[in-house]
Design a protein around this ligand. Structure first.
Ligand SMILES: C[S@@+](CC[C@H](N)C(=O)[O-])C[C@H]1O[C@@H](n2cnc3c(N)ncnc32)[C@H](O)[C@@H]1O
Length: 273
């Protein structure tokens, strides 16, 4: 798989998800298996009922693996950048926290996701959020211009993670914070998953080893890199959820538990000094 093959597959996978009409937010049977709605899953990931009530309908597609906004200590007036904003879930939450004097920029490389996110912002008359088309390896954002970077289950999808963290460092102001949620590998995955493009698109095989991930953030220049929360990874949303299946294609995992034990979801905090 070349870097371009990976980007193309990731973009195609998330374009399919963005085009789905199911909002997943209603009381009807959920998109995420037979019993759980994306809201229930979001609550398990650390979002409160108030968070979920605040965001406009259609912004939560159940694509995250944590809640970076909760721990980002956002203040009114700050500028926030969301790497891989998708349908805008965390952007809309952050927009409430930074208020009218602040600003949120969501970057995503999938045009269909941007169309969906922009439409949601328009319908909700949310004016302090802007969605920009771009790759997180080449951010369409000025140097030293952002107070806080958030990202939720995206960096594992990048074929060039060192470049993502170098770009994050470039655009943050001195003293700026990085608060990201992502999947990491605790022990090597089975060979068949390592080679699977579907598993990469499904946020599994693109993940880095935990220590390598931390080292990569430090190598980009960040200081005080800490894992503030670590939770078991669940394949449920990749395998049970029709939305996720649209991303992960026909990914077959015979021994789920065996695979889940090799992965974790982490929330990581770092500072640009
Ligand atoms: C798993 S979804 C997460 C979306 C969002 N953060 C959320 O929690 O709802 C991954 C998103 O990242 C975007 N993405 C993946 N790789 C990217 C890259 N290299 N540059 C920009 N966007 C990327 C995809 O288009 C998709 O919208």
């Amino acid at each position: 798989m070349t870097k371009e093959d990976i980007r193309k597959s990731v973009r195609e996978g998330y374009a399919k998800v963005a085009r789905q009409q199911c909002s997943c937010c209603g009381p009807s049977p959920s998109c995420c298996g037979s019993t759980e709605t994306v809201d229930t899953i979001a609550q398990k990931l650390g979002y409160s009922e108030e968070d979920l009530a605040e965001i406009p309908e259609g912004a939560n597609l159940g694509l995250g693996c944590g809640n970076p906004v909760a721990l980002a200590s956002l203040k009114p007036g700050e500028t926030v950048l969301d790497l891989g904003a998708g349908p805008g879930f965390d952007c809309f939450l952050a927009a409430r926290r930074v208020g009218e004097t602040g600003k949120v920029i969501g970057v995503d490389m999938t045009p269909e996701m941007l169309t969906r996110a922009r439409e949601t912002a328009r319908k909700g008359d949310i004016r302090n959020v802007e969605f920009r088309l771009g790759e997180i390896e080449h951010l369409p954002v000025a140097d030293n211009s952002v107070d806080v970077i958030i990202s939720n289950c995206v960096i594992n999808l990048s074929p060039d993670k060192p470049q993502v963290f170098r770009e994050a460092f470039r655009v943050l102001k001195p003293g700026g914070r990085l608060m990201i949620s992502d999947t990491v590998i605790l022990r090597p995955l089975p060979e068949f998953l390592q080679q699977s493009v579907e598993a990469w698109v499904g946020c599994v095989s693109g993940a880095m080893r935990k220590q390598e991930y931390i080292d990569t953030i430090e190598a980009a220049g960040f200081r005080d890199v800490q894992i503030v929360k670590e939770t078991p990874f669940s394949l449920d949303c990749v395998l049970n959820d029709p939305m996720a299946r649209a991303v992960a294609g026909n990914l077959q995992v015979p021994a789920r538990k065996e695979v889940e034990d090799r992965l974790a979801s982490v929330l990581i905090n770092a500072i640009k000094r």
